[in-house]
Ligand binder design. Structure first.
Ligand SMILES: NC(=O)C1=CN([C@@H]2O[C@H](COP(=O)(O)OP(=O)(O)OC[C@H]3O[C@@H](n4cnc5c(N)ncnc54)[C@H](OP(=O)(O)O)[C@@H]3O)[C@@H](O)[C@H]2O)C=CC1
Ligand SMILES: O=C(CO)[C@H](O)[C@H](O)COP(=O)(O)O
Length: 283
């Protein structure tokens, strides 16, 4: 199979580097360049090709641009597809797959943590993508199985997507609004706030048919404990860089669903007002 990855950032560079160990892969960005990927103190050089200059088609395309940039790559994406092309949308959030209804596309739940600064990507932890379970995903997963990138087909994909949304609701909200890294979890009040915020998210998820409970909150809080103190989140990196956030597809989507189900979410509402304020006139 021939592979392409669009978006030479924290997630896309890790994916392309791993695929390159077993297959032909092209990493596309806005221009030709070279990215230095640092993982476990080892540096790897990863070449990037210009997306707008591409004239090839591919069997599998991983899309790893921020959701705020998805509309801008759709015309390039169309030219990269043949009839059998599969697109794997590697993004946080929920609802954006609707932008790819003209394609044979699935979303992946992304557990790859990293930060891009200029031409440098620092990989913190995890190299896992969870995807819906079908024959195509099993074939790709099998081809990539000797790499460190785990592509995991899941029969319970909706639950996995919701779980990651709740993970992002807690840690992304507080790291972006405080502009501070995971070490803020040392503050007891911050932990309490995050737990209550996740609880509001769980109520929304339950109204949407998901069966989470207070054990889910504990599970998520335990995941946060595995994060290095200097790690941020994709939303934190965006606030530090002063660029638009993916908030409409994370906290904003949850607020929209809370409204649909008439669920009272005071903390989420305040966070959304503040995130909207950050976003105001930045788009
Ligand atoms: N970072 C993380 O730890 C995690 C991120 N995610 C999710 O993964 C997705 C990707 O995030 P992340 O890798 O952090 O994002 P980054 O901002 O690090 O990378 C996005 C990349 O997309 C490129 N890009 C933007 N516009 C275009 C375009 N028109 N054509 C080609 N390339 C373009 C950017 O290039 P340029 O720099 O030139 O603008 C950048 O290299 C997001 O949905 C995020 O929420 C999920 C889990 C963890
Ligand atoms: O995948 C991750 C850890 O494995 C993420 O980095 C973590 O959940 C933080 O949020 P974001 O997804 O925005 O980076």
């Amino acid at each position: 199979m021939t592979y392409a990855v669009i978006g030479p950032g924290a997630v896309g560079t890790v994916i392309a580097y791993e695929i390159s160990k077993v297959a032909e892969v092209t990493l596309f960005g806005r221009q030709e360049q070279q990215i230095i990927l640092s993982s476990n103190t080892i540096d790897h050089k990863v070449n990037v090709s210009s997306l707008v200059l591409n004239d090839q088609t591919f069997d599998v395309i991983f899309v790893a641009v921020k959701v705020t940039k998805l509309a801008a790559i759709i015309s390039s994406l169309k030219q990269m597809c043949h009839e059998e092309t599969t697109i794997i949308l590697c993004q946080n959030g929920m609802g954006q797959l609707d932008m790819l209804t003209d394609f044979n596309a699935v979303q992946a739940v992304v557990y790859i943590s990293g930060q891009k600064t200029d031409q440098h990507v620092k990989h913190f932890q995890d190299k896992t993508l969870i995807v819906p379970n079908d024959e195509t995903m099993q074939r790709i997963s099998s081809e990539l199985s000797v790499t460190e990138l785990q592509l995991i087909p899941s029969d319970d994909f909706a639950q996995k997507l919701w779980f990651k949304l709740l993970v992002n609701l807690g840690i992304n909200t507080v790291t972006s609004l405080t502009k501070n890294t995971v070490h803020i979890l040392e503050l007891p009040e911050m932990n309490k706030f995050i737990e209550q915020l996740i609880q509001e998210g769980i109520e929304i998820a339950r109204a949407e048919g998901q069966s989470f409970d207070e054990r889910t909150t504990r599970e998520i809080m335990n995941i946060y404990k595995t994060y290095p103190k200097d790690m941020g989140t994709s939303m934190y990196y965006d606030t530090v860089a002063g660029v638009p956030l993916e908030y409409h597809y994370i906290q904003g989507e949850l607020k929209r669903l809370a409204g649909l189900h008439n669920i009272h979410t005071p903390l989420l509402d305040i966070c959304c007002i503040l995130l909207e304020g950050y976003q105001y006139k930045r788009e």
